[in-house]
Ligand binder design. Structure first.
Ligand code: PLP
Length: 381
């Protein structure tokens, strides 16, 4: 077996989601799959793609029309790439994998936020890179001084940014974006910005990818799994300058050849005609976020208000249990599944992730259960 692969574990999010199946009557708030259907026009486009035999390989980087449309879409966020700087991938996951594999050598150092989406750290370990974690502010926003301090180590060559964040819902403010851009200018690093949730944001959007003066240091990863509620259809993309793309495309080609053709036509139609559905979904998530905030506050739990994505990350430190044990007990006794914070790295200890992409009724029942569980197990908290 590959020794590096043996060093990583299956994702804690999945592991916990699987446990729910064995607990009768449990409610799960574990998975990041929006509870909306794929927009109708996206479904129709995919059915049409099958009927018209658009079921063959596409070019490795994806169909031209989709790559063009991604450029037009990114422009609405003030991010500029040309078609040849886009590669359509098998979900954001393959995008991240191909990028990190193309960039890194064994022993290279990469700066990764904690807590964070677990793929960054685990892919890096599989490649044999050395992970250096950076902590965040108490409300999970970017702590520029922490990054600056870590980058004093000249060996660090890569920086991962992840906004809006899974698991915390934190985003980047204008001030933080501007400070980051200045820092990136000074340093000899490559920045990978994972913006899977950029369309699900409850505030103004800012990204280092908007800064043209550092474009040659930025690799942008995103996708359609969340915004078109098409997690199983596996379409993501990478946008970056040619010098990186020419290497990334090799990893992509030998790994997957191309992203699924049918789904590419679906995503293309989604960008052309379903952005209103995305806006509808975004508003609904914002209302649910407000509902979760209220319920958590009523339960006297400390929580930072998310500004994007569809996750909330309350502190469970006051219960003096490690997060894995707390979530296990909550599942078995309270019949409610949330993901232990440590599924997002060591810096997630003391928290749990609640995914609120579930119906209003499910959320209400889930918070009722959480309240009953806390009352019976920690009467004096
Ligand atoms: N990046 C982040 C921050 C995510 O939360 C996810 C999925 O949950 C991904 C990337 C991977 O997305 P995909 O399902 O398109 O592979």
């Amino acid at each position: 077996m590959n020794k590096q692969v043996e060093k990583v574990q299956i994702s804690g999010i999945r592991r916990f989601a699987e446990k729910v199946k064995n607990v009768d009557g449990a409610i799960s708030l574990t998975i990041g799959q929006p509870d909306f259907c794929v927009p109708e026009k996206v479904s129709e486009a995919m059915i049409n793609a099958i009927k018209t035999n658009k079921t063959t390989y596409t070019s490795n980087a994806g169909i031209d029309e989709l790559r063009e449309e991604i450029c037009t879409y990114l422009k609405t966020f003030e991010i500029e790439y040309s078609k040849d700087e886009i590669c359509v991938t098998v979900g954001g996951s393959e995008g991240l994998y191909s990028v990190l594999f193309a960039l890194m050598n064994k022993g290279d150092k990469i700066l990764i936020p904690g807590p964070a989406y677990p793929a960054y750290e685990n892919i890096s370990i599989m490649i044999g890179a050395e992970v250096v974690n950076y902590g965040l502010n108490e409300n999970f926003t970017l702590n520029i001084n922490e990054i600056r301090a870590k980058l004093k180590n000249e060996d660090i060559k890569y920086l991962i940014l992840s906004f809006p964040s899974n698991p915390t819902g934190a985003i980047l403010s204008k001030e933080q974006r501007d400070e980051l851009v200045e820092l990136i200018k000074e340093k000899d690093i490559i920045v990978i910005t994972d913006e899977m949730y950029s369309a699900i944001i409850f505030d103004d959007y800012y990204s280092v990818a908007q800064a043209k003066e550092i474009k040659d240091k930025i690799i942008y990863v995103s996708g359609f799994s969340k915004i078109f509620s098409m997690t199983g259809l596996r379409i993501g993309y990478v946008a970056c300058p040619e010098k990186y793309m020419k290497e990334i495309i090799k990893v992509h080609q030998y790994g997957v050849s191309c992203a699924p053709s049918i789904s590419q036509y679906g995503a293309l139609e989604g960008l052309k005609s379903s952005l209103e559905d995305v806006e509808h979904m975004r508003k609904k998530f914002e209302r649910r976020k407000d509902y979760c905030m209220n319920r958590l506050k009523q339960l006297n739990l400390e929580v930072a208000e998310p500004r994007g994505a569809f996750y909330i990350f309350p502190s469970i430190k006051k219960f003096n249990m490690i997060s894995e044990e707390f979530c296990e007990k909550l599942l078995n006794e309270g019949k409610l599944a949330c993901v232990p914070g440590t599924a997002f790295g060591e810096l997630g200890e003391g928290y749990m992730r609640i995914s609120y992409c579930y119906s209003d009724e499910t959320l209400k029942e889930a918070f009722d259960r959480l309240g009953n569980f806390l009352k019976s197990n920690f009467p004096n908290y």
